[in-house]
Design a protein around this ligand. Sequence first.
Ligand code: BGC
Length: 402
Amino acid sequence: MRFKGAVLVLLALVTSSILAACGGGAAKPTTAPAPTAASTAPTTAAAPTAASTAPTAAPTNAAASALAVGIVLPTKDEPRWIQDETRFKDALTAAGYQVEILFSQGDSSKEKANVEALLTKGIKVLIICPQDGTAAAAAADEARKAGVKVISYDRLIRETDAVDYYVTFDSLAVGGNQAQYLVDNAKGTGNPLYLYAGAASDNNAFIFFQGAWKVLQPKIADGTFVIKNSSEAVGLQAKAELTRDEEAKIIAQVTTNWDPATAKTLAEANLTKATAADKGNVFILAPNDGTARAIADTFATDKDVKSYLVTGQDAEKASVQYIIDGKQSMTVFKDVRTLVKDAISAAVALLEGKTPTSSGAYNNGKVDVPAVQSAVVTVDKAKVKSDLIDSGYYQASDFTGL
Ligand code: BGC
């Protein structure tokens, strides 16, 4: 069956071939989200369910025609989401299905219009990565009213009970791995530390920061690092765990808004304000690859910066090249093939009236949303080949100087 318009992804029950195209048979995430009191973070509330997300039934025409899923992603302007689009397309077209995905271009009202268009087309499941986690609640509520199941993809939709399932990476580990890289490479005391964060409208920005703070705070308390660009963080540096409100205060000072241009402007302002003594050999917590490259380029041009280590996330090709070239120190590789596979499995389970398997839950400020999360991997120059090329994620020919 074909739907008119450019906004539907048709799924079928041929999940064996779909899952194969996603790197099928890969192990399910095993790490249960860690318990915490903060509403941004995973909770342990939901026990794994008995129902299976790995349907084995062959499709019938009738079943296939009922399996309509719409996908909404935040923006085409960041390579991260193009990766997701590509992997969804690879997975679904390999199985012989038409794939069309809508982008919200960083605009919550466009996102809502996209969702409404999909609902009009008669989708049964919505896979959505919200531009703004709280603003997207209205779209999720509309979907729920229309009887459509909602899967929050990578980013959690907040403050609504209309989210059926959450497919995510281990975002605490993302921040934790970034911070651990800085800790592992710091010697002595008094090392200048510059903190940067994602967009305050993205729940993940809080979880990444929470994961990083847990690792960095003891090393700030013992004098290994000295925070140079956030008075709020300095004021809270004795606290091992921060509330969401406290995190919000720090993030407000160091947000990149997930935008490289904003990151560059902020880094320039930080360096202008800092003295030569605040520079030297610096350590930079950058939240993702796009912002890391902008921040790295800015620090690289400051005459008082002797060396810098900078973190990243997403294994974007441009950043992998930066890592090979020694311009970015590491990235956190999040294998999008796994996330896509989990989202498709969950969609199929929901379409079959089953409960997708969950390994825990994330509280979204209103309810505990059953979730499955997958592991992340630190990649530095020494690991590019083994983790990104040999794994088949990228081709060696995508890069120079490997
Ligand atoms: C994602 C990251 C991405 C960032 C900016 C986050 O929610 O988890 O992978 O780099 O948004 O788009």
